[in-house]
Design a protein around this ligand. Structure first.
Ligand code: SF4
Length: 460
C-alpha cells in the first residue's frame, strides 16, 4: 500500500505521528533526537520538531517538511547544554495541515514551560475543546497536544504529574503523549495501548520512541514497551512508573504490524518483519494460487510476499521497482496526473513478469482504485494472469484513533463482496487473509488488539 500514500494518490490511510524523548543531561541531545526522528520519518512527513530543555528554559525548533528540511534549525540547538529533549514527526489528517499544528507545542503557564508532543487521536477531543472554548480558552492549533496543555494548566497543581493524574481520566481515545518541562520528561500511554510506545536505554539514560527502530539508529537498547495506562516520569532521580489509568481492555493497533511500523521495529516483543512474513505464509495456506512467480508491492508487502512464496514453493521475485526520489510533495490533482504518478513511483520489471502467472501480494485494499492501477501495470508488462493476495482481511470501517482513513462510502470493502472487488480491480483471482490468520500471525489473542477497521468492533 505504501506507494500510493507516499506519492499523494487517492489513498488515505496513514499514520499520524512519530515521537521520541530522551533524558540525558550533558549529552548531544539535538543530534541524538534528530537521528531518532530520521528513523521515525515513515510515520510522518508533514513537519518535524524538537523541544530541548537546558534545565532552566525549553528551546523549540520546528517547521514543515522532512527532518532533513529542518536540519539547519535543529543544528542551532547543538550549542545548548541540554538535559532532556522531545521530538516529533507529523502526518497531517485531511484539512489539518496547518503549519501551527507542527509539534512539539511549547507553552508557558504559571508553573513554567511545557512542551508537548503526541501520537494518536482523542475521540472526545472536539467535545473537550468546545467546553474549554465556551469557558474562554483560546486555541492556536487544532491538536490534541494543545488541548491537554490547556487542561493541565487549568488543573493547577505545581507538579505536572499531579495535574496529569487529574486530567487523564477525561481523555478518551488513542494517544501516546510526551511532556517536557525544564527539569523532567514524562510520557503517558492510553489505557488501551492503541499506539505503540517503547522505552529504551542509551548510555545509562532513558529514551522513549514510537518504535524501537529509533533505538537501533541511535545505539540504544530496547528496554520494554510502555504499558497501557502507564505514566513514566524521568528526571535526575531516575525513572518512576505510575499506573495512572485502569486497563480494562488492551487494543494495540494491529495495522502497525500489517503496514505502519518499520519492519526492523519490535512491538509487544514481536518483530514486525517476521510478523509480516508469517502473515504471508498464512495467506498462502488460506488462499493458494496456481501461478509461476510471487511479487510484493514495495515496501511494506515485500516480507509478506516472501513468506507467501516460501510457503507455497514458488520463486519470489522483485517485480516492481520503487523510485525513492519522488518525494512527498508530489501532488496529483487530476486523474491523468495520478496515473502518471503511479508510473513515476513504481516501474515493473518486464522480463520478470512477461508471459507469467503472477501472484501480487499487497497489505490492504482501501478504495480499490489504486489497486486497479497497480494490476493494470502488471498486465501492461505482459502478465498472463494476476492473482492478488492481501495479507489482511477487507478494510470495512474507518479508523478514529489517529489514522487517516476514507469514509465508509469510499472503503470498497465496506460495500462490496470479494468477488465484486475482484471484478472491479480486474484480477484473475483475489484472496484476503482471514481474521484468525491475521491474529495468529500477530501472535496474541483478539483481546489484545484493535481490529476495528476490519471488524467494526471499536474498543473505545
Ligand atoms: S481502527 Fe484499524 S487502523 Fe485504527 S487503530 Fe484500530 S486497527 Fe489500527
Amino acid at each position: 500500500m505504501d506507494f500510493y500514500l507516499r506519492c499523494g494518490g487517492e489513498m488515505k490511510m496513514d499514520e499520524c505521528c512519530g515521537i521520541f524523548g530522551i533524558f540525558a543531561p550533558g549529552c548531544d541531545l539535538a543530534k541524538v533526537t534528530t537521528h531518532a526522528l530520521y528513523a521515525l520519518q515513515h510515520r510522518g512527513q508533514e513537519s518535524a520538531g524538537i523541544a530541548l530543555s537546558d534545565g532552566r528554559k525549553v528551546h523549540l525548533r520546528k517547521g514543515p517538511g522532512l527532518v532533513s528540511e529542518q536540519l539547519a534549525k535543529f543544528n542551532e540547538l547543538d550549542n545548548i547544554n541540554g538535559i532532556a529533549a522531545i521530538g516529533h514527526v507529523r502526518y497531517s489528517t485531511t484539512g489539518d495541515d496547518r503549519q501551527e499544528n507542527a509539534q512539539p507545542l511549547l507553552l508557558s503557564y504559571r508553573h513554567g514551560s511545557l512542551a508537548v508532543a503526541h501520537n494518536g487521536n482523542l475521540v472526545n477531543g472536539e467535545e473537550l475543546r468546545e467546553r474549554l472554548e465556551k469557558e474562554g480558552s483560546i486555541f492556536q492549533t487544532t491538536t490534541d497536544s494543545e488541548l491537554i496543555a490547556h487542561l493541565v494548566a487549568r488543573y493547577g497543581y505545581s507538579d505536572l504529574e499531579s495535574s496529569l493524574k487529574g486530567v487523564l481520566p477525561y481523555l478518551h481515545g488513542a494517544y501516546s503523549f510526551l511532556f517536557l518541562t525544564e527539569d523532567k520528561l514524562i510520557c503517558v500511554r492510553d489505557p488501551h495501548g492503541v499506539r505503540p510506545l517503547s522505552l529504551g536505554k542509551w548510555r545509562g539514560y532513558y529514551v522513549l520512541a514510537s518504535e524501537s527502530c529509533a533505538f537501533d539508529t541511535i545505539g540504544a537498547e530496547m528496554f520494554r514497551d510502555v504499558q497501557p495506562g502507564e505514566m513514566l516520569i524521568i528526571d535526575r532521580e531516575g525513572l518512576c512508573s505510575v499506573p495512572v489509568l485502569p486497563v480494562h481492555r488492551q487494543a494495540l493497533c494491529i495495522f502497525e504490524f500489517i503496514y505502519f511500523a518499520r519492519p526492523d521495529s519490535d512491538i509487544n516483543g514481536q518483530n514486525v518483519h517476521l510478523v509480516r512474513k508469517e502473515l504471508g505464509r498464512r495467506l498462502a495456506r488460506e488462499q493458494p494460487a496456481d501461478a509461476d512467480v510471487v511479487a510484493g508491492v514495495p515496501d511494506s508487502s515485500m516480507a509478506a510476499a516472501s513468506g507467501f512464496a516460501e510457503e507455497i514453493g514458488l520463486p519470489y521475485e522483485v517485480a516492481l521497482i520503487k523510485n525513492r526520489y519522488i518525494g512527498r510533495t508530489f501532488i496529483q490533482p487530476s486523474q491523468q496526473e495520478r496515473d502518471i504518478g503511479v508510473q513515476l513511483k513504481l516501474n515493473p520489471v518486464r522480463k520478470v513478469i512477461e508471459g507469467k502467472r503472477v501472484v501480487v501480494v499487497d497489505d490492504s485494499i482501501v478504495r480499490g482504485t489504486t489497486s486497479k492501477r497497480l494490476v493494470d501495470m502488471f498486465y501492461r508488462a505482459g502478465a498472463r494472469e494476476v492473482h492478488l493476495r492481501i495479507s489482511s482481511p477487507p478494510v470495512i470501517c474507518p479508523c478514529y484513533y489517529g489514522i487517516n482513513t476514507p469514509t465508509y462510502e469510499e472503503l470498497i470493502g465496506s460495500h462490496r463482496e470479494v468477488e465484486e472487488i475482484r471484478a472491479q480491480i480486474g484480477v484473475t483471482t483475489l484472496g484476503y487473509l482471514s481474521h484468525a490468520g491475521m491474529l495468529a500471525a500477530a501472535g496474541l489473542p483478539a483481546g489484545h488488539f484493535c481490529m476495528a477497521c476490519f471488524s467494526g468492533d471499536y474498543p473505545i
